[in-house]
Design a binder for this molecule. Structure first.
Ligand code: MLT
Length: 408
């Protein structure tokens, strides 16, 4: 008899964003004439930067040429992209990361979801609340939690991110092994200072723990004093893995390209306490389970680092940040407490009511899709998240409709 991984039965019925998409689809079916503006899932709407498109086209042409055609590429990614990343994203900011510590992949969602395979089942996991649901769900699937009781999984150490701590969690009081951090944060849009991040690095070094640092939204940081990478913090190389993506800065959500950084000095331990290079383990996994991102996509990603690419990406990001400023100022004017939107594309709004009810109200009365905060964890109850990823016209219309719905 084939038996299932029963840990799957502990999961909530469906993945947050699939659940929302289904609700919106069913609403649209029942209200076919209603125009809906989506400020829910953080999916980009602007086309790829011209520099990426040109590089993409050129690489496709190479694939049509017998002399230039390429079959399987290196599983870890082509050297041209890994080198561009190491120089531009890390070395230029004083972070000591080399090209061979970078693993190109098809998404930060996959990387942050898959990385937990490297750790033992009894790993004590600390996860912020609210949080991007992938971190938690993948640990549930792997059997690192007990049952879901009163809105939380037994066995997980939750790091509350609430108004009282400016949505930056405090260090755990108990000893944990694996710590997920995401800054600029999804969903709250909060950021972490170098001093605060240093405390986490020091904690990890003291306890032989590991930090999984999700920096998918670093391009939206405007405040120059904030760290874009955890490797700007001394000592982080030994205790942190970082995840980045081309999805949000360069519009690759549909094109798929991201990367994980695993420094060679970053260790985890056998049960007997023998240090093991995580770089070696991930490389072994990656080569077994992944055959690399396509050549044209990697060439398109490389173009992000060309002079034209950099300018075009900055323009794209600035467009979305203009939307974020508009959303935040309008919601604030309506009397709602907001965070985020200044160094992040997400605005976290205290709706002072049940967040699924607020979701229904905005959908029904304004035709606007948000993400209910409760979907990100218990501490998200009462909040909603609005995303700045849409056209300026749509965001302006959405805010007019929300104003009318909430004032009327
Ligand atoms: C979000 O809306 O939280 C993100 O788009 C999800 C993702 O990047 O997978």
């Amino acid at each position: 008899m084939i038996t299932i991984n029963e840990h799957y039965n502990k999961l909530q019925a469906s993945y947050l964003f699939s659940d929302i998409a289904k609700r919106v689809q069913s609403y649209q079916t029942n209200n076919p004439d209603k125009s809906i503006i989506k400020l829910g899932i953080g999916d980009v709407t602007e086309p790829l930067p011209q520099a990426c498109i040109q590089a993409f086209h050129q690489a496709v042409d190479e694939m049509a040429d017998g002399a230039l055609f390429r079959g399987y590429g290196p599983e870890q990614g082509y050297a041209f992209l890994r080198e561009a990343i190491a120089v531009n994203d890390f070395q230029s900011r004083g972070a000591d990361i080399s090209a061979d510590e970078i693993f190109i992949s098809d998404g930060a969602k996959c990387d942050t979801g898959n990385i937990q395979e490297l750790f033992s089942e009894d790993t004590v996991v600390a996860i912020p609340d609210p949080v991007y649901p992938v971190y938690l769900d993948t640990n549930v699937m792997a059997g690192r939690t007990g049952a879901f009781v009163s809105g939380r999984y037994e066995g997980i150490v939750y790091l509350d991110s609430v108004k009282e701590n400016n949505f930056v969690p405090a260090l755990p009081t108990e000893k944990v092994d694996l710590i997920y951090l995401c800054f600029p944060n999804n969903p709250t849009g909060s950021t972490i200072s170098k001093q605060e991040l240093k405390q986490w690095v020091d904690y990890a070094r003291e306890h032989k723990a590991l930090i999984l640092f999700d920096a998918a939204y670093e391009a939206f940081i405007r405040d120059e004093s904030l760290p874009k990478s955890i490797y700007e913090i001394e000592g982080a190389r030994d205790v942190a893995i970082e995840f980045r993506s081309f999805s949000k800065n360069a519009g690759f959500t549909g094109t798929r390209c991201a990367y994980a950084v695993i420094p060679k000095s970053c260790m985890a331990y056998t049960a007997k306490g023998v240090p093991e290079q995580l770089h070696r383990l991930w490389n072994r996994r990656h080569c077994t389970k992944f055959n690399g991102v396509s050549y044209p996509v990697q060439r398109a990603a490389e173009a992000v680092y060309s002079p034209e690419g950099k300018t075009q990406v900055n323009t794209l990001v600035a467009k979305y940040m203009g939307n974020a400023a508009l959303i935040r100022s309008e919601m604030t004017a309506l009397g709602y407490d907001c965070v985020g939107g200044d160094n992040s594309p997400y605005i976290w709004i205290d709706g002072r009511s049940d967040s699924w009810q607020f979701f229904d109200l905005l959908l029904d009365k304004a035709g606007v899709v948000c993400t209910p905060g409760a979907g990100f964890g218990k501490c998200g109850a009462g909040y909603i998240r609005l995303s700045a990823f849409n056209s300026r016209d749509n965001v302006t219309r959405a805010m007019q409709r929300i104003k009318k719905a909430l004032n009327g």
